[in-house]
Structures are given as C-alpha cells and as structure tokens.
Design a protein around this ligand. Structure first.
Ligand SMILES: Nc1ncnc2c1ncn2[C@@H]1O[C@H](COP(=O)(O)OP(=O)(O)O)[C@@H](O)[C@H]1O
Ligand SMILES: [Mg+2]
Length: 406
C-alpha cells in the first residue's frame, strides 16, 4: 500500500473530486491534510479516506512539516505528497525535499510558479512569450515602458486566478496602480507587454518527462477581458477536433515549454495566445490540472475519470491516453446589477431546449453574494459529438440565462 498525503486548505467541490479520485485508486491509502473541518467532507468521500488530519494553516511550511512528521510516526513512511492548489505547489515541493519524498522538486515548482523566471526560461529556449519586467523601482520600469510601450499588463510575480491583474492602457492607469502599490525590492510587480490575440489553453499529461496526451481549449473571451467587463458571461470551449494542422505549432511549442520548465510526472495547464497574424505567445504554465470546470469538461469530452487519472499520474507515474469523443464547453452564469442573487431567469427554457446536452449545472443560490471573478456565480456544462452544436448551446445559454442581482 502507498501512503499518500493530499494537502488542501479548503474542501471545495473540485478539490473533493481530486481527493476522491486519489482515495479510490487501488493500492492507495489517502491521508487528507486540511485546515477545513471533517464536516466539510461528504460521507461518500470520507468513507474512502485512510486518515483525516487537521492543521491550522496548510500554507505554513513549518506546520505542514510537523503534520507529516506526526503522520509518519502514526502510519509509517509517506510515499507521496500531493495537492492541486496553485499557491501550494512550492511549499509542497520544499516539504518533499526536506523529507525526501518523491515528486516535483522546489526548483521545478519555482519554474512554474515564478512567472518572471518562467518567462526567462521560455525565452532562453526560443519559446515566444510576452516581454516582461519584474519591476522593483520606477527607473527600471520606465526603461521597460520606453522599450515596449502601452498597453501593458501588471500582475503579481506568482499570482493565480487573475487576482490583482490589470490592463494598463496609458500612463494614468500606471499612476493609479502605483499610488496604491508602491514598487520595492521586497514587493516587485510583474509588468508584461500586452499580447493582442485569442486566448487558448493546452493541457497535457506527463510521465517521466514525456508528454502522453494533450487537450486544447479556447477561452471566449480572455479572463482579463471578462473581469474588465462585468456584463460578460464567460465561456470555454473544448473543440472535438484538435488534430488539425492549425494546432501543429502550439503542439510543438507547448511540449518544448513544458520540457524546459522541467515537468516529470503529472498534468500541466498552459495558457497561450494566437495573434491575428497567426503567431503564438505562450502566456503561462502551471504544474497542476486546470481550474474546476475546465477539468470537468476535459473529463466529459474524453469520457474518463480525469480526477483519478491525474492522481494516478502523480502517485504511480502512469497515464493511459484517453480518446476525445466529444466536444464540450462551460458557460459561466454571472450576476448583473448590484446586490445579492435575487433571481435566475431562463433556466427552465434552456433546459427544455438543450436537454441531454447539459451534463452538469450549478445554479447561483438565491441570496448568494456575487463571486466577483471571471467564473461568475454558477455554471452550465454541455457536451455533444459535434463542436458546432456545443458552440451554439454555449451561445444560447449566455444570451438567454440571466442572473439578477438586487
Ligand atoms: N501579457 C499579457 N497580454 C494580454 N493579456 C494578458 C497578459 N498576461 C495576462 N493576461 C490576461 O490576464 C489573465 C491572467 O493572467 P495570468 O498570467 O494567466 O495569471 P493567473 O496566474 O492569475 O491566471 C490571462 O488569462 C489573460 O487573459
Ligand atoms: Mg492564467
């Protein structure tokens, strides 16, 4: 039996799916380390856990180390230390190294987490990406802006979920940003040339440094554009056909990007742009599966238990390539107006219209405050063998379902 520790601060729905995927893998004894309460684990998932261990703050390396020491004393060797949360990846890697647990090391985790370092590695290996500057002072930033010009993107050096990410169109936007966030050596801000283009993702599974499978998804529109326009209900589309020559260049570039960042085992989630002249810019790569609904639609399109297969890749270094037999998509429902969710209109009609195309749905609860992110307040996932049918369904959902805030 392999003892696997799964670390997660909070037990969100998507996280629980990964936890259960790992816990139900034959040969695995899964220990959940979390700061959430046992009551947050549904009984069906709890039944598959070997142990539950609560700590005050799983992001705190000292607490995490102490927890693993305690678990070792109780159950014996810990063979794997895993987690899907982006913000945890470097901490997990450091704890693994300290305790000689197999898995991604701190240098590799840093390559995927620290966006400035990532871009240096990518560019150094001939992979196209946005020009960047990890700015600690104004003269350094001004020199970069003289070279690159506006628009720019400003973001945290190691962010996630578009948090604190801004498009700066002119010097006034920059002044506003810097009036609230001053530059210093201890608190640098990452600035990037703004890439104009359509945004896509490239998910892939890796075993012992070799790419075993990939999937491509299109964002409609980019997460930043969704954040900047509160009326937009975001969609992601996973076309069924990705073996088209249109994607040959990104296949090659993405494989190389992952390799030079150093992935060995597991999934990665790469974001990239296609400019109108056809050229590509890689945006960022995360050494983890993609966000909740993107993982789900990828599973639906390939009809496989994606949560479990991710777990298998990081625990047993194994992955069996699934077949892409559907197109799939997610439409995110987003509250319009101000206040809390007062009504969700048009659901019955869209259910009648789309019928079995809908494979999963989470509606905003009445009274719920708006989430504020690009993933809105609820979602509808659809699937069909024909890409155009999924495209039309997404369009129908976002034009006919309305979440009213009041
Ligand atoms: N250089 C850039 N040019 C244009 N848009 C960008 C650029 N960098 C980021 N964005 C937009 O901001 C979003 C969030 O930035 P990203 O680097 O992916 O951070 P996160 O780790 O928060 O997802 C991207 O999905 C994209 O829409
Ligand atoms: Mg991103």
């Amino acid at each position: 039996m392999v003892h696997v520790v799964f670390v997660a601060p909070y037990l969100l729905r998507a996280t629980l799916q990964f936890i259960d995927g790992a816990a139900t893998l034959p040969g695995v004894r899964l220990i959940l380390v979390t700061q959430d309460r046992l009551a947050g684990v549904p009984a069906s998932v709890r039944a598959n856990l070997f142990r539950f261990h609560r700590v005050e703050n799983v992001m705190d390396e000292t607490q995490l180390l102490a927890a693993i020491h305690e678990l070792r004393a109780k159950v014996g060797p810990i063979h794997r230390l895993i987690g899907t949360l982006e913000d945890l990846q470097e901490t997990l890697a450091r704890v693994r190294q300290t305790l000689s647990i197999d898995g991604m090391d701190p240098i590799t985790a840093g390559n995927f987490r620290q966006k400035s370092k990532m871009k240096e590695i990518l560019r150094g290996n001939g992979i196209p990406c946005a020009k960047h500057c990890l700015a600690t002072n104004r003269p350094q930033l001004d020199a970069f802006i003289d070279k690159v010009g506006y628009p720019l993107v400003a973001k945290p050096p190691a962010g996630a979920g578009s948090r604190a990410t801004f498009q700066l169109n002119h010097a006034g936007d920059l002044d506003n940003l810097l009036s609230e966030n001053s530059l210093s050596t201890g608190k640098p801000i990452l600035f990037e040339e703004f890439i104009m283009g359509n945004e896509y993702t490239f998910e892939s599974a890796w075993i012992e440094g070799r790419m075993k499978w990939h999937s491509i998804t299109r964002y409609y529109p980019s997460p930043l554009e969704v954040l900047n326009n509160s009326w937009i209900q975001w969609c992601i589309l996973l076309p069924r056909e990705i073996d088209h020559p249109y994607f040959n260049d990104i296949r090659e570039i993405a494989a190389k990007a992952n390799q030079c960042l150093g992935i060995q085992n597991g999934f990665t989630h790469l974001e990239w742009f296609r400019r109108s002249d056809g050229s590509i810019a890689v945006s960022e790569v995360a050494a983890r599966p993609p966000g909740g609904q993107l993982t789900s639609i990828t599973g639906f399109a390939h009809q496989f238990n994606i949560h479990q297969e991710w777990a298998r890749s990081v625990i047993f270094n194994q992955f069996a390539e699934p077949k892409r037999c559907y197109a799939a998509g997610a439409a995110f429902l987003r509250g319009q107006g101000k206040g809390r969710v007062a009504a969700v209109q048009g659901i019955k009609k869209i259910q009648e219209e789309l019928g079995a195309l809908i494979v999963e749905m989470k509606l905003p609860a009445i009274g719920q405050p708006p989430g504020g992110g690009y993933e809105g307040d609820g979602y509808i996932l659809v699937r069909h063998p024909i890409t155009a049918v999924v495209e039309k369904a997404l369009s129908r959902i976002i034009t006919s379902v309305r979440v009213v805030l009041d």
